[in-house]
Design a protein around this ligand. Structure first.
Ligand SMILES: [Zn+2]
Ligand SMILES: [Zn+2]
Length: 391
C-alpha cells in the first residue's frame, strides 16, 4: 500500500520497507478523532488492561474530560496537576517528579488528558514506569502527540529526552473545535513550519549528501496542504478545518517516529524558536505557545533564504515567504516577532546563534560555519524589517 495515500487511522501500527532502504513503522496503534472519542478511549483502554489506570490531567482538562474518564473507568486513579502561583504548568523536572511521587504502586496503564504539557509529562512518567499510555488530546496545538521524545526543561535548559509514543491518540472533534483559539493557531503554525523543515532537509541532501526519504516528505506535505486549505475556515471554527489541523499535526508528528529523527518536521524555524524559549526560561518569563512562535520563525527563515539565496552552494526549494505569512494571517496566527514580545536583540542573537540549538544541518549551520559575515548582515537586515534601529 502507498503510505502517501493512506488515511491516518489506517497508518496507525503500519510497518513497511521503503524505497529509501529504511523500514518505517508507526508505533501508535490506534487513532480516533470523532464525536464519540471519550467512549472509544474507554473501550480501547478496557481492551488493553483490567488493572489500575492512572489518569493525568490539569484543572482545565479535568473539567473537559478527566472527570468523565474517572467515572467511566472505575478502577482508575486520577491525578490533577495544579498550577502553582498562577504560573502555567511546564514540562520540567519538578512536575515530572511531582507526578512520579504520586503514582500508586499498582498502576498498569496511563491516560493523559490534555495537550502538549500533559502529554509530555505522561509520556516520561509512563516510560520510566515501563507501562503503556494513551493520550486524549484536548487541543490541536502541537505536533508532539505521536512523538516518542519530549522537550523537557531541566535545570532551566530545554532538552530533548527519550520517552515513548502513546499506543493510542484520541480526540473529541467537538472539544477540539472549542479549544482556546491561540492553541488552534499554534497547531496551525507548527504545521506550516514543515514547509521550511522540508526545504532544510533537501538542502542537507543536496549539499551534504544526507539521507532523504521521498515518501516521508510526501506524507509531511500532505499534512501541510490539508491544514493550509483550511486556513480561512479556521476562524469560523469550521469542524472539518479543526479536524484537518489535528490530523495534520498527528501525521507530521508520526513522520518523525517513522524516520526516527525530527528531520522531516523541524529545521531552522524551530531552532530560532528554541533559542527564544531558552532565553525566556532563563529570564523566568513565560514563552509563547510553541506553534505560535514556529509560524513567525518560518517567516523569518524565509526572509533569510531570500536575502542569501545567491550565496548558497546549491539551489534550494523556492518558498514564498509573503504567501506563507498571508496564510498564517488568514488563520489568525501572529506573524511578527514583535507580537510575541521578542526583542530586537533576541531576534538577532537567535538568527546568529540558532545553529547551536541542534546538531541538525540547516541554513543557520551553513552560514554560521561558512559565511558568518553574511549571516551577521542578514540578521541585521531582518531585524530592520521589524524594529526601529537601535541607537
Ligand atoms: Zn523512506
Ligand atoms: Zn514544532
Amino acid at each position: 500500500m502507498d503510505v502517501t495515500k493512506m488515511e491516518i487511522s489506517k497508518l496507525a501500527g503500519y510497518t513497511y520497507n521503503c524505497n529509501c532502504k529504511n523500514t518505517h513503522s508507526v508505533d501508535v496503534k490506534k487513532i480516533v478523532i470523532n464525536k464519540n472519542a471519550i467512549d472509544e478511549t474507554v473501550s480501547y483502554i478496557n481492551g488493553q488492561t483490567s488493572k489500575t489506570v492512572m489518569i493525568i490531567c490539569d484543572d482545565t482538562t479535568y473539567k473537559l474530560a478527566g472527570q468523565q474518564f474517572e467515572k467511566l473507568l472505575p478502577s482508575s486513579q486520577i491525578y490533577i496537576i495544579h498550577e502553582r502561583n498562577h504560573v502555567h504548568i511546564a514540562p520540567n523536572e519538578s512536575y515530572v517528579g511531582e507526578v512520579l511521587i504520586k503514582i500508586p504502586k499498582n498502576v498498569d496503564f496511563f491516560l493523559a488528558v490534555g495537550s502538549g504539557v500533559i502529554n509530555d509529562i505522561t509520556r516520561q512518567v509512563s516510560y520510566m514506569m515501563d507501562k503503556p499510555y494513551v493520550v486524549f488530546g484536548t487541543a490541536p496545538s502541537m505536533d508532539g502527540y505521536a512523538s516518542s521524545t519530549s522537550s523537557l526543561i531541566i535545570n532551566n535548559v530545554k532538552e530533548s529526552i527519550q520517552g515513548q509514543c502513546p499506543i493510542g491518540i484520541f480526540a473529541d472533534s467537538q472539544m477540539l473545535q472549542e479549544a482556546p483559539y491561540d492553541m488552534i493557531t499554534a497547531g496551525f503554525g507548527d504545521v506550516i513550519g514543515k514547509y521550511n523543515a522540508i526545504r532544510e532537509w533537501q538542502f542537507g541532501r543536496d549539499y551534504k549528501n544526507e539521507h532523504y526519504c521521498e515518501q516521508i516528505v510526501e506524507v509531511v506535505m500532505k499534512a501541510v496542504k490539508k491544514c493550509e486549505s483550511s486556513a480561512s475556515l479556521l476562524k469560523k471554527r469550521d469542524p472539518q478545518a479543526v479536524i484537518n489541523i489535528m490530523e495534520g499535526l498527528i501525521l507530521a508528528g508520526m513522520t518523525m517516529g517513522m524516520y526516527q529523527n525530527t528531520r522531516p518536521a523541524s529545521g531552522a524555524e524551530h531552532h530560532i524558536v528554541h533559542y527564544w524559549d531558552v532565553d525566556c526560561i532563563k529570564r523566568g518569563v513565560e514563552h509563547p505557545l510553541h506553534g505560535n512562535s514556529v509560524g513567525v520563525g518560518t517567516i523569518i527563515i524565509c526572509h533569510l533564504y531570500d536575502l542569501v539565496k545567491d550565496k548558497l552552494p546549491v539551489p534550494v526549494m523556492e518558498l514564498d515567504g509573503k504567501e506563507i505569512s498571508d496564510t498564517l494571517a488568514k488563520a489568525g496566527c501572529k506573524i511578527s516577532p514583535v507580537d510575541l514580545q521578542i526583542s530586537r536583540d533576541l531576534l538577532k542573537r537567535s538568527i546568529v546563534n540558532g545553529h547551536t540549538m541542534s546538531s541538525k544541518f540547516t541554513i543557520l549551520t551553513y552560514l554560521a560555519n561558512e559565511k558568518p559575515e553574511v549571516l551577521e548582515i542578514a540578521a541585521e537586515q531582518i531585524c530592520d524589517l521589524y524594529y526601529e534601529k537601535e541607537r
